[in-house]
Design a protein around this ligand. Structure first.
Ligand SMILES: Nc1nc2c(ncn2[C@@H]2O[C@H](COP(=O)(O)OP(=O)(O)OP(=O)(O)O)[C@@H](O)[C@H]2O)c(=O)[nH]1
Length: 301
């Protein structure tokens, strides 16, 4: 076995060679290696912990701010956008978000206010429109002079009563009323006086009838009265009452005014509502022929 190289020879020229196991010879070096590795690992761990802690210090307020911002987005208005951060940058971000949230909330409130105002306006306009429609409807079916239902409304009511009679079998009575010598009123007192007389007659008729009865101005100086579910003798009494009420009334612009009235009972076997009106017209003609200021009917005894 070769003798390993040794240090310089002593003055005597001797050399001491010590033999020992490699593990014993390198023991210190291995210990040093281990110590360095341990310190490196520990230092890495501490560094990692510090990095995690540092990242947490920065990210935690950001997470809190994110949560608060989401609450603002969902519409909550009492959110305080403060993450309690120590970092100046996060505090600046927090202040900027606060400003943005305040602006957003103010805009949303303004939007809600204008929405409410808009809804109120729409509701108001809808109500106005409904009122205008109702007024138009009223004007379309009312005579402006007397305020009574006009010719169109008379026709509609006649059709309705005729249908009802067809369904229920219960008859109704038609009265056609005409102001006597009305041309004379116009000629002697003027058209305005004639108008006043027509309004007066309309008022008298309205006051004498029940709410279930119908009275309309069917044209000129002619009126139509419908008495639903009224037996003929009762209808005759009503007609006489109307005639008498006008006869004894005091018209505003003429000395005296009278009515001629023709009556007829509608029958379920009639083809249309016109039949009873034509029959009542015929009776009115008879009333005029027989001296006016009187009632005539097909069922008069
Ligand atoms: N002032 C006024 N007159 C009207 C109106 N509508 C129709 N008249 C008039 O009513 C008169 C009706 O005259 P006539 O049909 O001859 O009937 P009358 O004079 O009443 O005679 P009898 O019916 O036979 O008794 C006419 O002079 C029409 O001009 C109106 O709204 N106002």
């Amino acid at each position: 076995m070769p003798v390993p190289e040794a240090g310089p020879a002593s003055p005597l020229g001797w050399r001491v060679v010590v033999r020992q196991p490699l593990t014993a010879a390198l023991g210190d070096l291995v210990d040093l290696q281990r110590a360095v590795l341990g310190v490196t690992l520990l230092a890495s761990l501490v560094f990692l912990l510090l990095a995690w802690w540092g990242a947490r210090i920065i990210s935690r307020p950001l997470e809190v701010l994110t949560g608060l911002a989401l609450r603002v987005e969902r519409g909550e208005e009492d959110v305080v956008l403060d993450a309690g951060a120590r970092s100046a940058e996060v505090r600046a971000l927090s202040t900027a978000l606060k400003g943005m949230a305040a602006t957003l909330i103010a805009r949303r409130q303004a939007l809600e206010r204008s929405n409410h105002e808009l809804e109120d306006k729409v509701a108001e306009r809808t109500a106005e429109l409904a009122r205008s429609n109702a007024e138009l409807e009223r004007l379309a079916r009312h005579d402006p002079l007397t305020g009574l239902p006009n010719r169109r409304a008379c026709d509609e009511r006649l059709a309705l009563e005729f249908e009802r009679m067809r369904r229920t079998g219960v008859a109704y009575v038609v009265l056609v009323l005409d102001v006597d010598h009305f041309k004379l009123v116009n000629d002697s007192h003027g058209h305005a006086a004639g108008d006043a007389v027509l309004r007066h007659v309309a008022d008298v008729l309205r006051r004498q009838l029940r709410s279930t009865d119908f009275v309309g101005r069917s044209g000129g100086e002619e009126f139509l009265v419908l008495l639903p579910q009224t037996p003929p003798d009762e209808a005759l009494r009503v007609a006489q009452k109307l005639r008498h009420a006008v006869d004894i009334s005091r018209p505003p612009a003429a000395d005296h005014v009278t009515l001629s009235i023709g009556l007829s009972e509608a029958q379920p076997e009639h083809n249309s509502s016109d039949a009873a009106v034509r029959a009542a017209d015929h009776q009115l003609y008879r009333a005029k022929q027989n001296g006016r200021n009187r009632v005539e009917s097909s069922f008069m005894r």
